[in-house]
Design a binder for this molecule. Structure first.
Ligand code: ARG
Length: 467
């Protein structure tokens, strides 16, 4: 730091009178949050500038003191950004570090900044601003991921692959349709993000310690200056509330869970046994001993990061669950969870966006797999209902016998002869072969939201107009 004097000061000296000695070393260690809350420096300074400006506007401090404060805060901002600022653990947190430095820079006027304010509303403000900005970044990152999926879906609207249930071949679908399933998931994640931003768009500053203040402050003015829709409506709730952080973590956990399912599919699809995709060199690694290997490390790490993100949600829920109103120091434990989850979610979304854009889709392998496993058995049963008038349960039974015969002969359903099929059910005609191919199967699923390429293209267009 440019000046060492506040370096030797401890936070106990900042609140003066009552405290004769500094904290025990262990107390300092357990109490300090500067190691992580320095991340909030920009929000802290913005909040203080808005507060000081409002105090002067309301005649609570002089314009001259306000100018000194604002100038000093801007100096501190550039000191921090240039790396010249020395953070002190003795000063506990970002709020005290900034305030102590301000006192060194501008003298007694610095002491007026904390009028009508407490660190309780200050930290609620700083953290809320940070989370709101992070959600805005998440919204953009999800939009880029959705965009990557829309491009792949468009490219592969006709590419047939097996659809699975229980990871057993179920019915043919298209890869485009499968991609669009992820568009729906990440689209809901993004809707949750937007909703949360709206939810938390209320300014905490001015709630003071917990009861509000007798100074004639203007909370609407600070709310507006800081880009919030309006001020919060209850000072006790304002300094107690960490819903905004919990909402962020819940959204992050759900999105991470979606990313993890995708990661798992990428891991499976890229095995030589499936061979549905080839990962680009940019998103895989080799083995130090087995030259043939190409490992989906990025996907595996995305899958693993879900563990820590979900863990962060559980950690903060557990911190908050027994706290009486209003502020308790327990709440200081909110930040690391959110910072860690945010950093890892950002990374996971970016890695997935890259993987989705870069992977090579092996349409030939997908199609071959789609045709195996009697994936058109449902089409045969549906045909028997439609064309031969069988009740579905009977059609199911007839189809089961056809599958058993094909299995015995080692061919797929389309490989059975008309005579063989007629022997199972005499109503079967050769028109049945029109529905036994995988292409005919997917083309027939034209119900709204179904896998028919024409329907998938409609859904792509719907999302394009909204992305
Ligand atoms: N470092 C604290 C936190 O992160 C700031 C608020 C401290 N308030 C208090 N009354 N001790 O929560």
């Amino acid at each position: 730091m440019a000046d060492g004097s506040s370096e030797t000061k401890s936070s106990n000296q900042m609140w003066g009178g009552r405290f004769a000695s500094g904290p025990d070393a262990i107390m300092e260690e357990i109490n300090a949050s500067i190691g992580f809350d320095k991340k909030l420096y920009a929000q802290d300074i913005r909040g203080s500038i808005a507060h000081a400006t409002m105090l002067a506007h309301q005649g609570i401090i002089s314009a001259d003191d306000k100018d000194k404060i604002v100038h000093g805060l801007n100096t501190i901002l550039s000191e921090i950004e240039s790396g010249a600022f020395e953070f002190s653990r003795r000063l506990e947190d970002i709020h005290m570090n900034v305030e102590a430095r301000l006192a060194t820079l501008i003298g007694p006027a610095a002491g007026r900044l904390h009028t009508a304010r407490s660190r309780n509303d200050q930290v609620a403000l700083d953290f809320r601003l940070w989370v709101k900005e992070e959600l805005q970044k998440t919204e953009e990152a999800l939009t880029a991921l959705i965009d990557a999926f829309l491009d792949r879906a468009e490219e592969h609207a006709d590419t047939v692959m097996p659809g699975f249930t229980h990871l057993q071949t179920a019915q043919p679908v298209t890869f485009g349709h499968h991609c669009m399933a992820y568009v729906e998931m990440f689209g809901r994640d993004r809707a949750r993000v937007r909703h949360a931003i709206e939810h938390m768009d209320e300014s905490p500053i001015g709630a003071a310690a917990l009861a509000g203040t007798g100074f004639p402050i203007d909370r609407h003015m600070t709310a507006k200056a800081l880009g919030f829709r309006e001020p919060t409506r209850n000072s006790i709730d304002t300094v107690s509330d960490r819903d905004f952080a919990l909402e962020f973590l819940s959204i992050a956990a759900i999105a991470a869970t979606h990313l993890s399912r995708l990661a798992e599919e990428i891991v499976i699809w890229s095995t030589p046994q499936f061979g549905f995709i080839r990962l680009s060199d940019a998103f895989s690694t080799g083995s130090s001993i087995m030259p043939q290997k190409k490992n989906p490390d990025a996907a595996e790490l995305v899958r693993a990061k879900t563990g820590r993100i979900n863990g962060s949600l559980v950690a903060l829920l557990t911190v908050m669950k027994g706290l009486p109103l209003a502020y308790s120091k327990d709440m200081q434990e909110d930040k690391e969870q959110v910072f860690d989850a945010a950093e890892n979610l950002e990374l996971a979304i970016a890695a997935m966006t890259g993987m989705v854009r870069d992977m090579t889709v092996r349409a030939d392998r997908m199609k071959a797999a789609a045709g195996s496993g009697y994936s058109t058995a449902t089409d045969l049963a549906d045909w028997l209902v439609r064309e031969a008038g069988l009740p579905f349960r009977d059609a199911h039974h007839v189809t089961g016998r056809a599958v058993a015969l094909a299995e015995q002969k080692g061919c797929d359903l389309a490989g059975l002869s008309l005579d063989e099929l007629k022997a199972i059910n005499p109503d079967i005609t050769e028109k049945v072969f029109d529905v036994l191919t995988v292409e005919a199967s997917v083309a027939s699923r034209t119900s709204f939201g179904g896998t028919a390429p024409a329907e998938v293209r409609k859904q792509i267009a719907w999302w394009r107009a909204r992305n």
